[in-house]
Ligand binder design. Sequence first.
Ligand SMILES: Nc1ncnc2c1ncn2[C@@H]1O[C@H](COP(=O)(O)OS(=O)(=O)O)[C@@H](OP(=O)(O)O)[C@H]1O
Length: 367
Amino acid sequence: KRTAPLYHYANFTLITELVHTNVTSVQTENNSFSNNSGRYVHGCYNKGTIGTVQLLLNKSTLKTLGCKKRSPQVVIFGARKSGTGTLRDFLSFHPQLAVADSEIHYLEYLSRTKAGSTFYATKFRYGGRGNSIRIRGGEAYRDKFQPMKSLKTYTSLMPYSTPQQLVVEKTPKYFVCKNCPILLHKMIPDCKLIAILRDPVERAISGYAGFLQTHRTIKRLSPSLGMEETFEKTVIHDNGLVKRESPFIDIGIYKAHIKRWMSVFPKAQILLLDGGEFVKKPESILRQVEKFLGIKAFFTSETFEYNKTKGFYCLKRPIKSCMGKRKGRKHPYVSPKVIKKLQQFYEPHNKEFSKFVNQKFSWTVYT
Ligand SMILES: Nc1ncnc2c1ncn2[C@@H]1O[C@H](COP(=O)(O)OS(=O)(=O)O)[C@@H](OP(=O)(O)O)[C@H]1O
């Protein structure tokens, strides 16, 4: 028995060979098959624990299931460090969803090309809003963004899906990307959008912890992020003021970013989830997603079990699986004084945001 290499959508690793395995499958009502090897068939893939997925190995099954690449119908666009990875990975077990298993970043890439940027400039300049927006390239390139061509590339980065499935991708960097909403709207105007948002103070600390681990040594800390050897120095000026301009702080001023998405997409197409609630009760958040997407109820409290060692809920069904080491990292020590200062900084922003979207979050309720 030969197995195909793991398939990473965003790395463009192509499976050139479809080989046959002797999976003995039983079709279930959800168009999934199960076998007793701990893997099972989900849409066009043979799925195992979180993060391990292989394209179905039998060509005729792929054909019968109507597997092909389709453009995304759902984009999880942020916010970084709020539970986006866990949300994506849990959702990837829903039979009616085909979820890209790594971040795609295509819109963000597109927004940095002249053609993408210029479309944005064109739209806003000629739409009467734009003198405040200066984008390199300008009018000379205004016709170069070709939505159909870009959509084709975007689609090519998606996982295979069956006609019964919705295609989902998550790239949290889209949240802060200025051009992404308009570029996505031009390509897929009816796309549904999901953002999960966490207490911005915790989010900032988590972001710092993540970068600290990625860059390993203080010497290699990312200068473009203004990273210093402590979290405190990274987000607070010597004069005691919070560094509003620090990316760690800026992401958490949610209204500023959501406003941009809401100025392009109708509110009914955007679902905002509470990251604080997601940690405590994943099934209630996943049910909100199911309702929003109009798909069957699949997640129940039976789907998850609390893992004391991880300090998080893990998947119990259809397969036992926890998020990897990159989620739930140890945070650096941050003094209560600094936390208080950041909470005071965010309080008016959180209130304003909650009012703007007409929604309460666990972290926007103040006593
Ligand atoms: N069930 C479960 N298991 C593990 N981790 C969970 C879970 N639910 C939410 N979270 C929280 O997800 C946080 C990481 O957020 P993201 O996945 O958005 O990070 S990233 O932007 O993709 O790097 C991660 O943040 P840190 O704890 O700061 O690492 C977790 O708090």
